[in-house]
Write a protein that binds this ligand. Structure first.
Ligand SMILES: Cc1cc2nc3c(=O)[nH]c(=O)nc-3n(C[C@H](O)[C@H](O)[C@H](O)COP(=O)(O)OP(=O)(O)OC[C@H]3O[C@@H](n4cnc5c(N)ncnc54)[C@H](O)[C@@H]3O)c2cc1C
Length: 285
């Protein structure tokens, strides 16, 4: 795809207002042969090392442009691979723990013509720093919840407003720290009411599980528990909603489906005022 058709596929608002500097637009080729934007990020993107490794040094090109220097047309060469080293490592270890050494070997096996996200032999600092950060986090996880700070007995519960994927993940984690949790809202309401029918998730299924502290409520766990096989490489919207609602039942069977209509101060904390359940009459207090 050439730069002109690429620019045409960008929504107009991006071309006119946001689309200056380095930004990312992801395009997908539709069945009609046209290109459609599916994701936009107003910032340099994480895998930019791939473009640089393929001969298209985007930051250098942008700097030249800003300095008013001529910018020769540049074309990236095909066949260069990108490796997000630490993510591959973590994913490989996860596959080993899940009992799939073949998949782990496939993930971690060395490849030719690879550029790494930030690990370089000539500049080992960032790679070493990331390894230290991962090791520190792993030690912290191994110690929690025993060694972690826990809430004092009798503390007020934490209130989570909205049972989307992030609210549910928070509800799954907080009890491990001794915090009681109250969750308000229909599980996955935004996903069921505001996303288009027939939509496929953009994130791969391996990146779409909702977080729980023991990693026992992943999409694979859901499939095993319910005897289902979900779509690969990414779920349908409906499958993700079913999975999210199952997750909600496992971690917080007492979710209050009402919406919160107001939050007021109460002593040193806050007090939510539940309103109606969406599409239903008022519930008894
Ligand atoms: C078209 C589209 C496609 C996407 N595709 C992906 C994807 O493939 N993979 C991915 O990881 N992410 C995707 N996302 C991003 C996705 O929305 C977020 O990853 C995820 O939903 C964020 O979770 P959340 O819990 O923060 O927010 P939400 O899912 O928005 O959850 C917040 C919840 O709070 C509820 N709520 C709000 N106010 C109240 C109130 N007063 N009382 C009670 N409840 C309330 C809402 O109804 C909602 O259910 C997509 C987003 C869109 C719009």
């Amino acid at each position: 795809m050439g730069p002109r058709s690429c620019a045409r596929a960008c929504p107009r608002c991006w071309r006119t207002s946001v689309g200056r500097g380095l930004f990312e637009v992801e395009l997908i080729e539709g069945e009609d042969g046209g290109w459609h934007a599916i994701d936009m990020n107003p910032r340099p993107y994480g895998s930019m090392a791939l473009a640089i490794g393929a001969g298209c040094n985007l930051p250098a090109i942008w700097c030249r442009h800003v300095l008013g220097e001529p910018v020769p047309a540049t074309r990236a060469v095909a066949g260069v691979r990108y490796r997000w080293t630490d993510a591959d490592l973590r994913h490989g270890l996860w596959q080993l723990r899940a009992g799939d050494p073949t998949a782990a070997a496939r993930t971690m096996s060395p490849r030719r013509h690879v550029v790494h996200a930030f690990a370089r032999r000539s500049d080992p600092g960032p790679g070493v720093a990331r390894m230290v950060e991962m090791a520190t986090a792993a030690v912290g996880r191994a110690r929690a919840p025993g060694g972690a700070r826990t809430a004092s007995p009798g503390s007020d519960p934490a209130v989570i407003i909205g049972a989307g994927p992030c609210g549910l993940a928070a509800a799954a984690h907080l009890p491990a720290y001794g915090v009681d949790v109250r969750v308000f809202g229909e599980p996955l309401e935004f996903w069921s009411q505001r996303m288009p029918d027939g939509m496929l998730l953009r994130s791969r299924r391996r990146s779409s599980s909702i977080a729980d502290p023991r990693r026992e409520l992943t999409i694979a766990d859901y499939e095993r528990a319910e005897g289902r096989t979900l779509r690969s490489p990414s779920l349908t919207r409906e499958q993700f909603i079913d999975y999210g609602r199952w997750f909600a039942r496992q971690i917080a069977p007492g979710i209050d489906p009402r919406r919160v209509s107001a939050v007021t101060r109460a002593g040193t904390g806050f007090s939510p005022a539940p309103g109606r359940r969406r599409g239903a009459g008022p519930l008894p207090g």
